[in-house]
Design a protein around this ligand. Sequence first.
Ligand SMILES: C[S@@+](CC[C@H](N)C(=O)[O-])C[C@H]1O[C@@H](n2cnc3c(N)ncnc32)[C@H](O)[C@@H]1O
Ligand SMILES: [Zn+2]
Length: 408
Amino acid sequence: MSKTEETEQHLNFPIILHKEGSTSFYIPDLDYYKMDISEYLPSKLPVFFNPTMEFRRDISILAIKTYKSKKLQKITFAEPLAATGAMGIRVANELEGITVYINDISKKAIALIEKSVDHNKLDNINISNGYANNFLIECAKKIKRFDIIDIDPFGTPVPFLNSALFSIRGDGLISCTATDMPPLVGIRNNIQACVRNYGSVPLKTEYSHEIALRILIGYIVREAAKYNHAAKILFSHSSNHYIQVFVKLIHGILLANQILTEIGYIGHCFKCGNRVSFKGYIPEISNKCINCGNKLKFAGPLWLGDYADKEFCQEMLKNLDDLELKTKNRIEKIIQLIINEDHEIITYHEIPKICKKENFIIPPFENIIKSLRQEKFSVNRTHFSQSAIRTNATREKITQIIKKLQPR
Ligand SMILES: C[S@@+](CC[C@H](N)C(=O)[O-])C[C@H]1O[C@@H](n2cnc3c(N)ncnc32)[C@H](O)[C@@H]1O
Ligand SMILES: [Zn+2]
């Protein structure tokens, strides 16, 4: 059977051409798989595709372009869990000087990818069909280690991270996406899954998404250290129902040791909303709230360092104009928020939660920010939530300020 015949044989389901960035590629016909007027499940399609993840792919194109701009030579990109190949095909089509390696376990996915590669007349893509971990390790052994690896599974990236770390070059870039939010944000009955997968205890709080991101980063940093790599965080974000981290690996035992000092714990007081952080693997922890004496609850071990490199963020902003991306405005907004956030201030405060507890009317955010700044506190909005602020003021202080801003 010729390759074309085999491709067509596996494509026994309705497909359509779809456009993202400046690339068209084939996906299952979403209308055909709708369960009611608007709903369909990406994971129930013959080949996984989630159009709302365009933002993740757009941000990835921008981060990869920014990383590539420092490299003169041709580099390689691997997508071990490719599904429609949307990410890899876009990298091959939209960015210069990158050879792409795409893999998926599903034969239907491979057939779809082949059709899209033919459609775009791309000659810089290698396609393979097999287990992601085998693909990464075999490629690293036979060809050479990759410069960039994108791990984007359905759920947790944990089963794929070790082979990615084995197959990445020193100085390489790993993008890691997690969609297993119930364990990571500490939803009841899911906590043990977080402990099993990430070796970390989550905590359901108003800033659970930040804890989730810090747990994932902490896990990547600890796993990378096993390979004597320091995982430098270039960019990360929490969007919709997933989190994504871009790390650059820097080889070196001393650096790996040093970066591990940013691992620690967050303690939260569920009585007064106060929170504290402790760096270290076995830090000296006081489990009493310094504000009200209540017993603290803890999350960790997790990452307490910066969750993005602000210089890298600035370079991403500069590169944004050169790209054709539908989500450009949203990307610009999120990067700007991340640049403005003081990452050393751990956790953020949900204003509606404070107001609900105290029976306050929610004042305009700008007034809260202005009042806190007048009292010399560091305060900014956060990309994690539109209704929260990140500040070094205590919960008590924020409450006092909001009280003063109540209409008389
Ligand atoms: C969430 S989808 C990937 C989405 C894709 N990255 C995108 O941007 O649209 C996960 C894919 O991983 C594939 N997969 C699951 N387990 C695998 C494994 N062990 N090895 C290789 N592929 C696997 C599935 O067939 C599915 O196509
Ligand atoms: Zn307290």
